[in-house]
Ligand binder design. Structure first.
Ligand code: FAD
Length: 413
């Protein structure tokens, strides 16, 4: 069992790894290094209730300070890890100190992708990844009347909903022909588009050339010019996805490929270094190939697995991926991964604000998107985990609950 454990990155995965390590009896030292000045906190409320101002800052913390002190966790917050020296097993921090480790966990998450269009560096152009980003966005919103959001993914749309509820005029510019195209079906895109339109958000899909313009003679943003049309803005929020924060691992010579490559045990290409959460690319026995996921559930599950393996308890990460988003009063839950499906079945009326879209491969249920339908979401997790095979015509009947459908674990003929 390793005596000294160092964790780089202080987010969801780090918090979960600490909990597992101490619960499972690790008595050696644990040092937590995070470049933000905060203990691990929950990111999902950032674009929702925290941005809306209805969620106190203290409620964001995953665990309060006392939890860490009672478990003798040494914290180095506001400190960035700069380098991992694998030969000497030390991590160097930006204050010049270095930390010796017997086992290291990289949990550095992901970073907002930067948009490189003219004017992207003007005052009033913002990204949303951290508590500090939201604090400054909220300050800007106090005097703003109009926000233009570049990117109709889930973060852009959640911010659109929150800003609209706070009375701002909101325009969303999406380059694809529908919102959230990368992650959801046409039906789900249409349902969320309708919800936004109903609430007064202006959504423009198929947005082409973009440029951000300033007030004459200043650096202050004035408008986003899209395909020759001007959309006036006091604030521009860029939400065009995130990339794995993998530099530390790449520089240290660990295998990286759209994320730090780990095995089913959360181990990197160096046996004493583990990685978990958004920064990883991990093999999926269930779906085949490697996947990089950005969800709280994935960070939680991977961190648990990595911590157990660090302690010599064999564990494999193969849980069913799970993600949620909330926009206005509509909740989306995505269970499983749709890639590789050959059949799509819609359960219920997609205009009803309560329906699900099911993805199958050879009748095996791979993934379910549930809109306003938490019952289906809960049942889907169990069915997908059991590799259930379902008849499409049974699935298509919304009157029959997913949890009551006849399922088997062998292919249907
Ligand atoms: C606005 C927003 C809304 C979201 N909503 C949802 C949602 O509704 N549902 C859902 O499932 N998921 C949601 N997510 C995604 C979810 O928050 C992430 O998947 C999750 O935070 C990943 O956890 P993590 O521990 O891997 O990384 P993070 O929580 O990002 O933590 C990584 C930490 O490491 C720090 N770090 C990076 N490099 C270094 C370094 N070199 N040295 C020290 N520290 C470093 C980072 O600054 C960060 O504090 C949302 C994310 C955002 C940004």
């Amino acid at each position: 069992m390793p005596e000294r454990i160092v964790i780089l990155g202080a987010g969801h995965a780090a918090a979960q790894a600490i909990d597992t390590l101490r619960r499972r009896g690790h008595r050696g030292s644990i040092v937590l290094v995070g470049d933000e000045p905060h203990l691990p906190y929950q990111r999902p409320p950032l674009s929702k209730k925290y941005l809306a101002g209805t969620h106190e800052r203290s409620r964001l913390l995953i665990r309060q300070a006392r939890y860490y002190s009672e478990r003798a966790i040494e914290t180095r917050l506001g400190r960035r890890a700069l380098q991992i020296d694998r030969r000497t097993q030390r991590a160097r921090l930006d204050d010049g100190s270095d930390l010796a480790y017997d086992a290291l966990l990289i949990a550095t998450g992901s970073r907002a992708r930067a948009l490189t269009v003219p004017g992207a560096d003007l005052d009033g152009v913002r990204y949303l990844r951290t508590m500090a980003d939201v604090d400054s966005l909220r300050t800007g919103m106090e005097s703003a009347r109009r926000i233009v959001i570049i990117g109709g993914g889930y973060i852009g749309l959640e911010v659109a909903a929150t800003c609209r509820q706070r009375g701002l005029a909101v325009t969303v510019l999406e380059t694809q022909d529908r919102v959230m195209k990368r992650v959801v079906s046409e039906e789900t895109s249409a349902a969320f588009t309708a919800e936004h339109l109903r609430n007064g958000v202006n959504i423009i899909c198929g947005a082409g050339s973009l440029e951000i313009a300033s007030h004459a003679g200043t650096q202050q943003v004035r408008a986003v010019v899209c395909d020759g049309c001007e959309h006036e803005a006091d604030i521009v929020l860029i939400g065009v996805g995130a990339a794995a924060a993998q530099e530390l691992a790449c520089d240290a010579g660990l295998e990286c490929d759209n994320g730090i490559v780990v095995d089913l045990h959360g181990r990197t290409s160096d046996a004493s270094i583990y990685a978990a959460g958004d920064c990883t690319s991990h093999p999926s026995a269930r779906y085949g190939g490697y996947v990089r996921l950005e969800s709280v559930d994935n960070a939680f599950e991977q961190a648990t697995t990595a911590a157990l393996n660090m302690l010599g308890e064999p564990a494999e990460h193969d849980s069913v991926p799970w993600f949620w988003s909330e926009q206005f009063d509509l909740k989306l839950t995505i269970t499983g991964l749709a890639s590789g499906h050959d059949t799509v079945v819609v359960r219920g009326d997609p205009t009803s604000r309560c329906f699900s879209v099911c993805y199958l491969r050879g009748n095996e249920l791979l993934a379910v998107e549930s809109v306003g339908n938490s019952k289906d979401a809960i049942a889907a997790r169990r069915l997908i985990a059991a590799r259930s095979h379902l008849e499409p015509h049974h699935l298509a009947n919304p009157a029959c609950g997913l949890d009551r459908l006849p399922a088997n674990s062998r292919p249907a003929n």
